[in-house]
Each structure stands twice: as C-alpha cells, then as structure tokens.
Design a protein around this ligand. Sequence first.
Ligand code: MN
Length: 354
Amino acid sequence: MESMTMNRDRISKAGKVYVVMGNEAADLDSMASAVLYGYLKSKVDPDPSHLYIPFAPIPKEDFKLRTEAVYLFKEAGMGQEALVFQGEIDLSQLHREGRLSLILMDHNKLGKEYTAYEGAVEEIIDHHKDEGSYPQARLRKIELVGSTCTLVAEEYFRQAPELITRREAVLLLGTILLDTVNLDPKAGRVTPKDAEIAEKLKSKVPLDSNTLFETLQREKFNVSDLSTADLLRKDYKEYAAGKIRYGMSTVLISLDAWKKKDPRLQQELERYRKTRKLDLLVVMIAYTEPKFQRELVLVAESEKLASSLVNYLNSKGTQLVSIGFPGGYTQGNAEYSRKKLQPLVQEFLTSNVG
Ligand SMILES: [Mn+2]
C-alpha cells in the first residue's frame, strides 16, 4: 500500500503508533489478519493521530518463501508492501517515546525478541490456547476457531461491513479455507463460526471457493519461482553440538526434480553450507510421487564425518541407501522426520566429535 519512505514520514508525524503484529512464523493467517485488522482499525478509529502499521516479524526477503501468501495477496490485489517487516520499524524508539501500542494477531504471547514491550500490548486477536498473558489488554479476543481471519472477519461484519470489498473478502476467505482445509469437518480444524463467516464472505468473492482452496493448496507447494538457496532457507533450523555447527533444511521437491531445476545444485548446496559457516548441512527431502517418500543429502566439510553419521543413523533404522548424487541417499524409513532425525544427529555429533 505505502512505500517505506512514506511510512517513515507517517510514523514520525503520528501521535500513537499501533503495531499490528503477526506471529513469528509469519504464515498466511498471521500476515493476512495483521493487514486486515490494521486496515479496519485505521478506518473505525476516530482519532486521526493514531497510526496502524501491519507488521510481520521476519526479514522482508522471506515473504516470497510463503508462496501461498504471495499468491493470495496478489489475487486480492495486494503485495508485500501491505506490511512492514523486521528492521523496517524502530519499535524500541517508539517505545522510549511512549508512542508504541501493540496489537497481537495470531499469537497471544510475545516472542522472546519483543518481551520488552509487554506493557504496550493493547489488543489480542488469536485462535491459539490462551496463555493468560497481558491481562491489561483492552481487548482479548481469543477463541479456538480454525483461523484468526475468522475472528477478524467477524469484527468487520460487526463494526464496518461496508469495508469488505473484493480485496478484503478474498484475503479473509482464502485464509480461512486454507486453515480449515476447505471447511472439511474430517480435518478437525473447522468450527461452526468459521463455516458461518466463510459462508457470508463467499457472496463477496467472485471466485469459486473450491477452486480458490485448491489453487492455494497447490501454490503452497509451488517452489518453481524459488532458487536453491531460497528452497533451503524456507524451512531451515540451525543447531550446535560442541564446536560443530550444523543446519537442517526440509525441502519438498524430489532430488531428481531439484537437479533438473538447478543444474548447479551441488555447488549451490556447498555454497549455502559455507555461507552459513556450517560444518554440516542436512537436507531432508520429502515428496509424494505417488506415495510419500524421503531422501537425505548430507553436505559436509569432512567426508569422514558424513559417512560415519550415515552409519550411525542406519544403526538407528533410517535405512539410508546411497544414490547417484554426492552425499545423497534414499531414506527407506520415511518415518524419520526432522523432529525424529535431529536428536539423533545431535547425539552423534556430541558423542563422536564434540
Ligand atoms: Mn493462525
């Protein structure tokens, strides 16, 4: 909506700045609800000195990794400029000046980085379990529905239904459909309120809702626009075991398809490892083709470290079998997700190298 320079100007002129903050995962629900609730508030707040800024606590360049968000924002006629990102707004300065207020969206407890601003929390709209924080907040709308966007849409219908144009309706409905698996009771996510709100939104969306859901679902896994480095950091975590630094990425594309997409895959993997100063990069590949399968790529400084890790993991039942790519393996036992594999990697690195 507005450029950064304009934002800076508006922030310096504002009396009070309401930062409408999505959660640290910055998923679609979190970003869409921040943008839309911020917009609603800016329209219904009678005080012109109040400024509402939708904020996603991730670096700006990470927005494109949320491919379903990229798609839905575009479908709604918006882009990443609807949000302000990490590093683009100085919360501590606003706080020192006594001008900061926070509205928490899609979470009800501040992330570690933001605990200094606990006293500034004024409103919470969320659908996670209530942790009981910030009892001073003027509004604590915390309900275990399928999507925060359901609660935001409810506020639009209650306070200013005339503000729901195609843009708002597409963003709200698309997010609710994705979060509730197309309102399917079998998925166990949808509540009567989600269904009721979605029904009301459908009349304002000139798209078939099943098609909208299917497109969103597909876009979530559409990584064709992402580079190898983007794919690696899309779902990435870093760990340490003694002096050893290692990272683990989960990538949802088969090694075969990835090699075709990026002919320089091997060099790019090595470059990613070096850039992050890792001794070891563990890439977990998962895809369904036609049945669910896993592959593993180990990118290591030391070949010896990689091969003894493979032996160790196989002694635990992963069934890794080398394939025609350096450090690449099929993982016969697909039950070893990152959640299960990471503790084993940690155990191995701690006891054998540390
Ligand atoms: Mn959510």
